[in-house]
Design a protein around this ligand. Structure first.
Ligand code: FAD
Length: 473
């Protein structure tokens, strides 16, 4: 599909139909992404304020065959929100002005929000109504609901509440040819053929632009019990998770595995951050239970931990005694990505494997990385979901640039291992531009053919986020 760049004549046509407030100078943040792998380009930056304006833009782009890059909070980790030079300069379409958050519906337990609403603001509105919107990511102060849905974000509470797809009941979206799909339903059951909502969620801006969403809310747990544990090894983490789930049922809301390397990176880069253990062991778990006040959570947790001590699964535990301590525990987990960024990974992998294969992944992964030299691995993540952020770093004191020649080979070796264990090379970050070669390598051919057919049917001119998920044709 041959696309055209944004030209003066194209902009004149847009100016004839859109208010001047939609046109903004292109600030550098719209052309960069957190990992610094890609520098973007833009023919123009547009900030529409309604689905109607988005529809006008897409109609115009479709007629002129100009590419469109939807932009939420810009925190995506696979380069989906930036288009590097090499393709015709696209329209960058930021949804940030569609940031409305309606009053929560407390009977339905739903909340209607614009695609540009910041995740932390959505959580706050839900909390003010004594409800929980459980999507929770370290980037929640910047990422926006449209981006969360387009990338089907995960985060730390998927174990209990599911990922972004599971938290969305309905969508309003603009399809590539400029038609507005009014799918803002609040239904938990709607079995009426192909599910456009589920198709758009996770489509990373390649099938249309999400403009509004109906989100699911949950009762706010009356008490949280948060514990940092030092455990024997990754297999012990899985045993412990099973014990917790047996005793707490669905009340386990987070179960995060943390490697001592994560603590060392925090010490190296953010030394003032309070850490729960002076002498951390090799493996730790951050566990959270959310329950009603009537449930004897503390007693049950103590008995689970006692039995786990006796079984040799763990050797130390600290239970948060106050909200401030709970926040301090979470700050440790949530600032690991920042510490990682400051250290600078040679190669990062967002992988998932069947839960039972997780220890094998960690064991064999260490062997795979050792083949490339004396490198450091920081492996942490949402172990309850079988999802690890398996990141490889240079030795202490060295710089990642000196190892960049190894990046592709390391990535390939880790993803090959994940594939043999029946896992996925992208657990929660999506494909974007970074992982499209992996998709063509590891993806099922029938699935890829169906995906291409869907893309062509909905976006025949290929204007939506060209180069994301599939290489530009
Ligand atoms: C510190 C840090 C921690 C993170 N932790 C997690 C984590 O735990 N779990 C996780 O899943 N992710 C995590 N991420 C990745 C990222 O925050 C999520 O992918 C987030 O959902 C992206 O939202 P965004 O608004 O920033 O989207 P953007 O980065 O702006 O865009 C992401 C993709 O969605 C498309 N898009 C954006 N808005 C729309 C729209 N309205 N309609 C259609 N397409 C659109 C873009 O074109 C792009 O392809 C983390 C990132 C950082 C920097």
């Amino acid at each position: 599909m041959v696309l055209n760049p944004v030209t003066g004549a194209f902009l004149d046509g847009l100016r004839a139909t859109l208010p001047e407030t939609c046109f903004r100078p292109i600030a550098p943040r719209y052309l960069s992404e957190p990992r610094g792998f890609y520098a973007g380009q833009a023919g123009c930056l547009l900030l529409p304020s309604s689905a109607g304006e988005v529809a006008l833009i897409l109609r115009h782009c479709n007629a002129a065959r100009v590419g469109v890059v939807p932009y939420g909070g810009g925190t995506g980790l696979v380069g989906g929100q930036v288009m590097p030079k090499g393709a015709p300069a696209p329209v960058v379409l930021s949804l940030e002005r569609l940031d409305s958050i309606e009053k929560p519906d407390l009977q339905d337990n739903t909340l209607v929000v614009g695609a540009g609403a910041i995740l932390a603001d959505v959580q706050a509105v839900a909390a003010a109504a004594a409800r929980l919107f459980p999507l929770s990511l370290a980037s929640e102060g910047s990422c926006r609901i449209g981006g969360n849905l387009a990338s089907n974000a995960g985060g730390v509470q998927v174990l209990r509440y599911g990922n972004a797809r599971a938290l969305c009941l309905g969508l309003e979206a603009v399809l590539p040819e400029g038609r507005i799909w009014q799918g803002l339903k609040r239904l938990r059951k709607d079995n009426t053929g192909y599910d456009l909502r589920d198709l758009l969620i996770g489509s990373e801006g390649t099938l249309g632009v999400i403009t509004r969403a109906v989100l699911r809310l949950f009762p706010q747990p009356e008490q949280h019990l948060t514990a940092f544990l030092q455990i024997r090894d990754p297999r012990a983490a899985i045993d412990l998770l099973a014990r917790c789930q047996a005793r707490f049922g669905g009340l386990v809301s987070a179960f995060e595995l943390i490697d001592r390397t994560g603590f060392e990176f925090l010490q190296e880069t953010l030394p003032s951050l309070r850490r729960p253990f002076a002498a951390p062991g090799k493996w730790m778990v951050l566990l959270e239970i959310g329950a009603g006040t009537d449930f004897p959570a503390q007693t049950v947790l103590e008995s689970v931990l006692e039995a786990a001590f006796d079984a040799g699964l763990m050797h130390d535990a600290v239970i948060a005694q106050s909200e401030a301590q709970r926040e301090a525990f979470w700050a440790v987990r949530e600032r690991i990505p920042e510490a990682n960024r400051l250290i600078g990974a040679i190669s990062s992998h967002d992988i998932s494997v069947p839960l039972g294969q997780l220890p094998e992944m960690i064991r064999k992964g260490a062997g795979v990385v050792a083949r490339f030299g004396d490198l450091r691995v920081n492996c942490f993540g949402h172990v309850g979901d079988g999802n690890l952020h398996y990141n490889v770093y240079p030795p202490k004191g060295a710089h990642r640039a000196d190892f960049s020649h190894l990046r592709d080979d390391i990535k390939r070796a880790i993803h090959d291992l994940v594939d043999t264990l029946g896992g996925s090379f992208s657990a929660e970050h999506g494909i974007g531009r970074l992982k499209r070669d992996d998709l063509s390598r590891y993806g099922d051919p029938a699935k890829l053919a169906a995906m291409r057919a869907i893309k062509t049917a909905l976006d025949p001119n290929g204007i939506m986020n060209p180069g994301v998920i599939f290489a530009p044709s």
